[in-house]
Design a protein around this ligand. Structure first.
Ligand code: FES
Length: 93
């Protein structure tokens, strides 16, 4: 079993997302959360893994946080995505 955080982050590494530099997005999450793929952040909130095509290639690169889908993700958005789920006022499920 791979450990998962409360908000598991899955970055699509299918072809369309890969060519849109999904790998850079993976690195940005790893740096920001200070964890590697398959690890859980110290606060138990986040884990990172990669998935195959989730069928939303038109919005590549795709990041899933739990059930929520983020499309056209840039590295600049990574801190905002994490903050959205870290906030005590977060309405994220
Ligand atoms: S390759 Fe990422 S959604 Fe299809």
């Amino acid at each position: 079993m791979v450990p998962r955080g409360k908000y598991p982050i899955s970055i699509c590494m299918g072809t369309a997302c890969f060519v849109k530099e999904a790998e850079i997005i993976v690195d940005a999450f790893k740096q920001q959360l200070k964890i590697e793929l398959g690890e859980v952040s110290f606060d138990g909130l986040f884990s990172i893994d990669t998935v195959r095509c989730v069928g939303a290639c038109g919005l590549a690169p795709i990041v899933l946080v739990g059930e929520k889908v983020f499309g056209n993700v840039t590295i600049a958005q990574v801190p905002d995505i994490i903050a959205e789920f870290s906030s005590p006022r977060s309405t994220a499920a």
